[in-house]
Ligand binder design. Structure first.
Ligand code: FSA
Length: 417
């Protein structure tokens, strides 16, 4: 029986972890601890440790459309989240060279919103360069793209939203936040060691709780290797172009722009003038330097493969050619907990009592920051996951995410400049 007096230890202070702490606190829980190995928020290795993330509700699978709409309502209205949300619109398109797969993704995404009442009057077809320039006059590249603009979407300033959520948790006296200390191992007790009672921290102390929730993102298999059948740490490249203040001003208000076969970019950051640009790719595993046959994030992720830098330039040549030759700065690999079926995994760990995992972001979870904690609370309270697709799976298949183009590679197969 879980109730508001149950003590809950959340391991990992990223998107899922902070959301869980906050939503539990708001539901009246009185003893919540978050353990985070990074000394600051956002955690260095969190996928949410990013300038910005796309906030959109179109999905190939309408199941997620409704959930994303609930989250978007919070992004639009909740005083904690709204300052970090920018409803610039979302331009989703394909270049003429796009593979069939990318075209299908776009069609299905559009289908999920085109007859949905929440998007009435918000969608505009894009059939030509002139159509793109009508919504983003500053784009002056060749862009022979087709797609649509959805005004009911935009982006969140990800790092600052996580910082705000952390501060909101810190202001609640029911949440204890322990930074700079990770979990070295799980502690078990009971018959056959099946009951999780806490963790041993990286400083050697025991931290006990009635329930332990693992929100470790791409690193989850380091503490729970039995997740490796369903979750693979996989990374995507992130780059930025440093704009001068007048250049940033010229790009103010541009929609999040995603050519499914090329990549995507955002409105420049108002404070720093950084323009984030990401190439479209299938992602990189890291089986090579991790131990025990697992793909886990490596120590150094502050670089991107030269192939991706070239992809970033190609996207800029098509849209903002004056920027295509600029230095790409603040490069990094963004690590996700990728499930082969791309479904989140929020469930009790089979064969263990009092141990819950919330993982499998699969590169599409940041938008759920305001609400994902409620889904974790649901599992804590019921002791089962009612949503079949979010259940623990011994294997989540070898399928490739429908929306990704290219081939997934291991970091060991790449050259590094
Ligand atoms: O709106 C979104 O879900 C953005 S996903 C961004 C991305 O880099 C994907 O393009 C990629 O395929 C992977 O899922 C990681 O996230």
């Amino acid at each position: 029986m879980t109730d508001i007096n149950t003590s809950i230890l959340i391991v990992g202070g990223g998107t899922f972890g902070l959301s869980t702490a906050y939503r539990l606190a708001k539901a009246g829980y009185k003893h919540i601890t978050v353990l985070e190995k990074s000394a600051s928020i956002p955690p260095r290795d969190s996928a949410g440790n990013d300038l910005n993330k796309i906030i959109r509700a179109e999905y190939e699978d309408p199941f997620y459309t409704d959930l994303a709409l609930q989250a978007m309502h919070e992004w639009q209205t909740h005083p904690l989240f709204a300052p970090h949300f920018h409803q610039t619109g979302y331009l989703l398109a394909n270049s003429p060279a796009a593979p069939e797969k990318a075209k299908l993704t776009l069609q299905k995404s559009l289908a999920s919103i085109s007859s949905h009442p929440s998007f009435a009057g918000q969608i505009q077809p894009i059939q030509s360069r002139a159509d793109i320039r009508a919504v983003a006059p500053v784009f002056d590249g060749p862009m022979r793209w087709t797609g649509y603009l959805n005004r009911m979407a935009g982006y969140a300033h990800a790092a600052s939203a996580l910082r705000a959520l952390y501060a909101a948790c810190a202001a609640l006296d029911v949440v204890t936040l322990r930074l700079g200390e990770g979990a070295a191992s799980l502690l078990f007790d009971g018959d056959g060691d099946d009951t999780c009672v806490g963790v041993r921290t990286t400083s050697g102390s025991e931290l006990r709780a009635d329930r332990v929730v693992l929100t470790l993102g791409a690193s989850v298999a380091s503490l729970l290797p039995q997740m490796a059948g369903q979750i693979t740490a996989r990374a995507w490249s992130v780059g930025h172009v440093q704009l001068a203040p007048d250049e940033a001003t010229r790009l103010r208000g541009i929609p999040v722009t995603y050519a499914r076969d090329l990549g995507f970019f955002f409105e420049p950051d108002a404070e720093t003038g950084l323009l984030k640009v990401c190439p479209a790719a299938a992602g990189y595993t890291n089986f090579v330097s991790a131990e025990g046959g697992l793909s886990l994030p490596p120590e150094d992720s502050d670089w991107i493969p030269p192939e991706d830098e070239e992809r970033i330039r190609a996207l800029l040549r098509d849209t903002l050619p004056a920027l295509a030759g600029r230095d790409i700065v603040d490069k990094k690999l963004c690590w996700c907990a990728d499930a082969a079926d791309t479904e989140y995994v929020i469930d009790v760990v089979p064969g263990k009592r009092n141990l819950i995992v919330a993982s499998g972001d699969s590169g599409h979870a940041f938008k759920m920051l305001p609400v994902v904690g409620d889904w974790v609370r649901d599992v804590l309270e019921k002791g089962v996951q009612d949503v079949v697709r979010w259940r623990w799976k011994e294997q989540s298949g070898k399928g490739e995410a429908s929306w990704r183009v290219g081939m997934t590679m291991d970091l060991g197969d790449l050259r590094r400049e």
